[in-house]
Design a protein around this ligand. Structure first.
Ligand code: HEC
Length: 438
């Protein structure tokens, strides 16, 4: 098993540099930073989907249009936070999984770079959508306005997909040889179930956020036509449905995970989290089905519940990655240590080389090679010609190169190489006489 992995897996050396923080701490930070980042990504993506749906409903019922506008105002804020908060996990992942992260980046390079224009475009469209709301509210413009949010939502759906494919690819170094760019990377691991899981989480979280945001009297008063409890119930319902569907998406994700990272620890983390998720679903269901009076309380405990479930899932995700990469990381570590040992052994055996950075005759001759080729005229005459003139007289070459004269009328003058010193020039001269074609 290990052997077959070895045969097909690029195992490079790692950089022999110390980490700025203990590795365990960096990994904990990675999990926490990632969850903060993905929270805002979820809110951006889920919020964008809700805006697109509500604005669509708004063609028939004005109040949905107003609701869509209020959500649209939060999308642009959340997307900025998502980007800023993305720096933390990127830095940590670079430090802790340097080699694996690099591998996935290199293999999906084009799509990875494409993220920059895609994000830029998505942002511009999101702002255009928000700021043209009132101007393009009526008549034929309205459809155009809706088209903008559909386009930006589509982009907001593509960007995490590229990220996810990359993060997924990083987990399976033994598959890297098969990957030829982004699209072929989609066949590795289980990109699509992961993406489905991510989408449902985005909608669930946006539903929960809506239940909190649209409870605020100052926000609700901007949406005449909706009552506060009505809004909260609706958003709880969104969260409930999306959470419920996770009980289909979650098992699909778990059972399509390639075996390399599946460990008892993973189940020990995921199963209790899923059980808590079930309780969360039940709590949401109670809110949706309960009386209006019931709606004013219980939001905060639900948020706490949700956070615990998310933390569990995030930790499970990390446990999978650790297990999936354990073999590759230890092989990289071994290779790095081997290399360090070889280097030390070489230095002990060749103390003179270790100290001086001695150049080989060939390297020294490189100084002359720009103008002198073995068999043909370049800027200066060929080595063949030189070897005829200086046969058995390397010192003659040294004398010439130290202070060249002007000899051939159809050649430019040669610069002096006195600064190389007699010893090096002698090495070069011997090299020229030994290697020049006869
Ligand atoms: C920038 C180009 C250039 C470089 C670099 C250069 N040479 Fe020359 N070399 C020439 C030219 C031009 C001539 C012909 C000069 C003339 O005949 O007046 C020449 C001629 C020579 C000759 C022939 C002298 C003779 O008696 O006919 C020798 C030997 C020589 N170079 C050695 C060297 C060595 C050794 C180096 C590297 C340390 C070197 N050259 C680097 C341009 C260069």
């Amino acid at each position: 098993m290990i052997l077959s992995i070895l045969a097909h897996t690029p195992i490079p050396r790692d950089l022999p540099l110390p980490l700025p923080l203990p590795e365990g701490l960096l990994k904990a930070l990675l999990v926490v930073f990632f969850l903060v980042h993905i929270l805002f990504v979820n809110l951006t993506v889920g919020g964008s989907i809700l805006v697109a749906i509500f604005e669509g409903l708004g063609f028939r019922k004005r109040r949905y249009d107003l609701l869509a506008l209020e959500i649209a105002k939060t999308v642009t804020v959340n997307k900025s936070l998502a980007v800023v908060m993305g720096i933390g996990p990127l830095l940590c992942i670079n430090l802790v999984y340097t080699v694996e992260w690099y591998g996935a980046n290199a293999l999906t390079g084009h799509a990875w770079l494409l993220i920059i224009p895609l994000i830029t475009l998505a942002f511009l469209l999101a702002y255009l959508h928000k700021y043209t709301w009132h101007r393009w509210e009526s008549g034929g413009w309205k459809i155009g306005h809706w088209a903008i949010v559909l386009a930006s939502t589509l982009l907001f759906l593509c960007i995490p997909f590229v990220f996810l494919a990359n993060i997924n690819l990083m987990l399976f170094p033994s598959e890297w040889e098969k990957v030829k760019g982004f699209f072929s990377s989609l066949r590795i691991g289980n990109v699509f179930p992961r993406y489905l899981h991510f989408l449902l989480a985005s909608v669930a979280l946006s539903g929960l956020a809506g239940a909190g945001w649209f409870w605020k009297a100052t926000v609700v008063e901007k949406i005449p036509g909706f009552r506060r409890d009505e809004l909260r119930r609706m958003f709880y319902r969104v969260a409930m449905w999306a959470t419920g569907l996770q009980f289909i998406a979650g098992p699909i994700l778990l059972f399509t995970l390639p075996g390399v990272g599946v460990t008892p620890l993973l189940y020990k983390i995921i199963l209790p989290s899923a059980a808590l998720g079930l309780c969360l679903w039940y709590a949401l269901w109670k809110k949706v089905k309960g009386s209006d009076g019931n709606l004013s309380t219980g939001f905060f405990p639900i948020v706490c519940f949700f956070s615990v479930v998310v933390l569990g899932m995030g930790s499970g995700r990390h446990a999978y990655r650790e297990a999936a990469l354990a073999s590759h990381q230890s092989q990289v570590r071994e290779r790095s240590e081997d290399y360090q040992k070889q280097l030390e052994a070489w230095n002990t055996a060749h103390p003179e080389d270790a100290e001086s950075d001695a150049e080989t005759p060939e390297q020294l001759f490189a100084t002359c090679a720009a103008c002198h080729a073995p068999d043909q005229r370049l800027v200066g005459p060929s080595l063949k010609e030189i070897a005829v003139i200086y046969a058995g007289n390397p010192d003659g070459i040294v004398t010439w190169a130290t202070a060249p004269g002007k000899k051939r009328p159809d050649y430019p003058p040669m610069p002096a190489f006195a600064h190389l010193g007699e010893e090096k020039l002698r090495t070069i001269a011997d090299y020229i006489l030994a290697t020049a074609p006869k």
